[in-house]
Design a protein around this ligand. Structure first.
Ligand SMILES: Cc1cc2nc3c(=O)[nH]c(=O)nc-3n(C[C@H](O)[C@H](O)[C@H](O)COP(=O)(O)OP(=O)(O)OC[C@H]3O[C@@H](n4cnc5c(N)ncnc54)[C@H](O)[C@@H]3O)c2cc1C
Length: 387
């Protein structure tokens, strides 16, 4: 079969790409190949759902501004047959807390965020305590609160993009890409597990934590690795005031969820690999001490579930890689390496990829610096003081 654009992977990213292509040009045919329509191991449904403007790079801040604005209108924009696509967006704020040595970096990032038009508040330790009386601020130097940020339901975002993309003509195929056919500087076809073959003008690698396997099909090793991360659900025996999404420099990241809390302490020390084993001691050994240190109410916390998931970790610089260039191929586009930010940037990056494919350049947000060229040049583009 033949199509204009073949998207490999139908998670939040692949589905967003398909939606924006059809939105911007209903004449362009799109097929999304997803090997597991139940998304059993996909990263999207396992994400924590945090959305924030708190970054240091202008590109990431602009991606968040566009994407969070998009999420605000998601229910109506993504409605199909009049049924709204509710994603449970909670704009309860996002709070970065840092120890005294990190004050200057936090301040510099705060200035960048303000310059780029974000609504952010600088909080001294006594002001943090005033807002969140339960929090231990003894070891804190400052905080930045982004009151318009918060969290949402990741699976609903994925379903919203997929259903809407389908309703405007994108095709989703349940199949696995097993090989790519290369001819000169182009990929000409994807071979599927079913024996089917898709020929296309453009290919998008949106396979998330599995993106490196797709790149290996054109014999290129990219620095994107599967990185296991646990999302824990836990309860507090004593009441705590309403909290925003909280993130600290030791990587503790959590938020309220229903009658409890969800979050964890991801670590980059984790061996890379497709590992979905649960380490049941991790909460007690790593997460609980961090929680209890910050909020005495968590001294008697109880973890009721632990879900493992994979980051599509870009070990080169922790940021997404977008666009062509892998293996010198002009029509094979990578869109992975989000390193924990993929869900919140799905709308912005989905749109950016569609612009690249349809117009040949970026119109909404210039993501040139996030291209594959930086990998070839050996010039990482890292966030500063932000994980
Ligand atoms: C515990 C955890 C917490 C997180 N928290 C946040 C957060 O708070 N905020 C945030 O923005 N991000 C968060 N993330 C990151 C976010 O989940 C990812 O960046 C994002 O979901 C990536 O989307 P994706 O569509 O690229 O990947 P996926 O959702 O994994 O989709 C990729 C798809 O590709 C398919 N696929 C792979 N190989 C093939 C093949 N050969 N053929 C066909 N299909 C294939 C897979 O089946 C999969 O469905 C978190 C991740 C984890 C694990």
């Amino acid at each position: 079969m033949r199509t204009d654009v073949a998207v490999i992977g139908g998670g939040a990213i692949g589905a967003a790409v398909a939606y924006f292509i059809r939105l911007l040009d209903p004449g362009t045919d799109v097929i999304v190949v997803e090997r597991d329509p139940s998304y059993g191991l996909a990263s999207t449904p396992r994400a924590s759902g945090g959305v924030r403007r708190l970054f240091s790079l202008a590109e990431n801040i602009e991606l968040s501004k566009y994407s969070i604005g998009f999420f605000e209108d998601f229910a109506e924009t993504m409605a199909v047959d009049g049924v709204p696509a509710d994603i449970g967006l909670k704009k309860n704020g996002y709070l970065f807390i840092v120890p005294p040595p990190q004050r200057d970096v936090l301040k510099s990032n705060f200035d960048t965020q303000q310059t780029l038009g974000c609504n952010v508040e600088w909080l001294e330790p006594d002001e943090i305590k005033g807002r969140f009386p339960s929090m231990n601020v003894d070891d804190l130097g400052a905080a930045v609160l982004s009151p318009d940020d918060g969290w949402l339901d990741p699976h609903s975002v994925l379903l919203g993009f997929r259903n809407k993309a389908r309703s405007i003509g994108a095709e989703f195929m349940a199949d696995e890409v097993t090989a790519l056919v290369r001819h000169g500087a182009s990929v000409t076809a994807a071979l599927l597990g079913s024996g089917e073959r898709i020929e296309a003008t453009q290919f998008v690698n949106a396979a998330g934590a599995w993106a490196k396997d797709i790149c290996a099909m054109v014999e290129v090793q990219v620095p994107i690795e599967p990185l296991r991360r646990f999302e824990h659900f836990f309860l507090s025996q004593e009441p705590i005031e309403p909290l925003p999404y909280i993130k600290d420099m030791q990587r503790l990241a959590f938020r309220p969820e229903g009658r409890g809390y969800t979050g964890g302490v991801p670590t980059l020390d984790e061996p890379r690999g497709y590992n979905f084993d649960i380490d049941y001691a991790y909460f007690a050994n790593v997460v609980w001490p961090a929680l209890a240190h910050r909020f005495p109410q968590f001294e008697r916390t109880r973890c009721t579930s632990t879900l493992p998931g994979l980051y599509d970790q870009n070990d080169f610089d922790g940021n997404v890689i977008i666009g062509p260039g892998v293996g010198g191929l002009g029509n094979f586009h990578l869109l992975s390496g989000f390193s924990g930010h993929g869900l919140m940037h799905a709308p912005g990056c989905g749109r950016a990829m569609a612009e690249l494919l349809l117009i040949g350049g970026y119109q909404t947000i210039d993501l040139t610096r996030f291209g594959y060229q930086r990998i070839l040049d050996g010039t990482p583009l890292r966030e500063t003081g932000i994980i």
